[in-house]
Design a protein around this ligand. Sequence first.
Ligand code: G3P
Length: 225
Amino acid sequence: MKYLLDTANLADIRRFYDIFPIAGVTTNPSIVKKEGKIDFFAHMNEIRDIIGPESPLHIQVTALDMEGMVRDAEAILTKIDAKVYVKVPVTMEGIRAIKCLKSQKVRVTGTAIYSAQQGFLAMEAGADCIAPYFNRMENMGLNSDEIIAALAEMIRLYDYPTEILAASFKNAGQVDRAFLAGAQTATMDPSILEAALTQPHIMQAVAGFDADWKAVFGEKTVAEL
Ligand code: G3P
């Protein structure tokens, strides 16, 4: 399992990389919007500096046509670095762009996936990662677990080199279900990770241990005995 941060917030990336076992960062235009009118490439390079050269960084194209997507990819790879995963929405133009970018050996993530069929096509076009939108599919009444399981089964059956990078989560339970269904990787807002480890019952348990220890040993910790 790999956990990625679905954010472009520099403070969150610094803080959560320090705490959690984070494997990389993903962004999209809606996530970038939350940071305001930033200097886009300077900001993305700052993310790269924080996470290091080996940590996967996924950045999305914004053009809607194939030629424009390929130009966006070239700009991303030139102005950031050649290891960036270029995120391409799996549309008709997107599939064309994925084929073209893979012929140039660019790392590609097929995104905005709402069906097994979209994922299958992206895999066959050569995408390194595919990003099924877990919560958005649930909102549409689709079975996200089954769709991810179908993608995982096809990868296993035919030995595709594609990784499932599940995205669009509203809670930690959805993330767990995506992993159990076969996603190797999940990207999420930092708040989902924080919520997973700060639930009141966890904090109550820790407060109970703290009170019991102090009742006998006072303020001294184990190291101070
Ligand atoms: O990475 C895709 C993801 O950001 C979409 O999430 O929360 O907008 O459904 P959401």
